[in-house]
Design a protein around this ligand. Structure first.
Ligand code: AMP
Ligand code: MN
Ligand code: MN
Ligand code: MN
Length: 305
């Protein structure tokens, strides 16, 4: 089928001059657009290559890939794994993953169990503060996808306990607040081993967001490199201009590749839309021009044939 193979080439060939957005969320985790809606909005806003990277979940990838074929934009199957490193939650994006890989599915299965237990515990703690029905309420917002604090936030806003999601996190869902539940996510080592088992590349998500000293950050990056991690998000929807420049210096000093992702969660967040990411600063090497990206891309091409 000539037309089909033409499509698959268009779909998988690296696009050097395209706009890349390699970090987004759908309803499979805590985004508010379905995978297909997300892809259509990305295409409409000028994104040329999109990665869907739902938290600890791959369920949206097939529908997103199909929508990307129809919208004729490049698609990268991804995931954003929750990791506990040195008592701190760190997010690791895996790109070009083969979602069906058993090791990866077993790993995220454990994270899902933890999410469900944590959800029940969050609800118990809120109940003690006089807020009932939070577990069922949050499940309703999760709509069958993974259960996230974001879904509790939507429930609490709906119930009038806070003005918006930002405020609800501050009052209820962060460390020291009534709905916060500590716990262990994956280890850094496990997360990278799952990504690598799935044939993917590991990227540190929004590295400027972690509340750790510069020394600890370098320690994290050292361990990440030892474990085979290749890139840092230099451009992120949650990085300021200054933070982009700081992260750009860091990747150049340490020899990491640079990734770019909006961390888009849906149109409710008015100050962060798709298709608006700044370019990577001069001098850092885009992940999509890295030889490791070409390798996985070629493997993906062979799979598509
Ligand atoms: P979880 O992985 O379930 O602990 O939820 C983390 C998610 O909550 C993140 O991916 C963000 O989407 C969201 N989030 C975390 N902190 C905040 C905040 N301060 N304001 C708004 N959303 C937040
Ligand atoms: Mn999120
Ligand atoms: Mn994140
Ligand atoms: Mn994210």
């Amino acid at each position: 089928m000539a037309e089909k193979s033409g499509d698959s080439l268009l779909y998988s060939r690296p696009m050097l001059n395209s706009t890349y957005d390699l970090h987004t969320h759908s309803t499979a985790s805590d985004g508010t657009l379905t995978p297909a809606e997300l892809v259509r909005r990305a295409a409409a806003t000028g994104v040329g290559v999109l990665a869907l990277t739902d938290h600890d979940e791959t369920a949206g990838l097939e529908a997103a890939a199909e929508a990307a074929r129809q919208a004729r934009i490049g698609f990268v199957p991804g995931i954003e794994l929750s990791v506990t490193w040195s008592h701190q939650t760190v997010h690791i994006v895996g790109l070009q993953i083969q979602p069906e890989t058993p090791v990866l599915q077993a790993g995220i299965g454990k994270l899902r169990e933890f999410r469900n237990w944590r959800g029940e515990e969050i609800a118990r703690r809120l109940e003690k503060k006089g807020i009932g029905g939070a577990y069922q309420g949050a499940l309703g917002f999760a709509g069958g996808g993974i259960l996230s604090r974001t879904h509790f936030a939507h429930f609490l806003v709906e119930q009038g306990h806070a003005r918006d999601v930002r405020q609800v996190f501050k009052r209820f869902l962060v460390q020291g607040k009534p709905g916060y539940v500590p716990g262990q996510w994956a280890s850094l080592e496990d997360a990278l081993s799952w990504i690598h088992a799935a044939g993917g590349l590991a990227v540190i998500a929004h590295p400027a967001r972690y509340r750790i000293s510069a020394t600890r950050l370098r320690q994290l990056l050292g361990e990440f490199r030892e474990l085979g991690g290749v890139a840092l998000e230099v451009v992120s929807g949650s990085h300021s201009r200054d933070e982009i420049m700081q992260m750009s210096t860091l990747v150049r000093q340490l020899g990491f590749a640079a990734s770019a992702g909006s961390d888009y969660h849906g149109p409710e967040n008015p100050y962060l839309d798709l298709g608006r990411l700044p370019e990577l600063p001069a001098g850092c090497r885009p992940l999509w021009q890295h030889e490791a990206w070409q390798d996985v891309q070629e493997t993906a091409d062979r799979r598509a044939i």
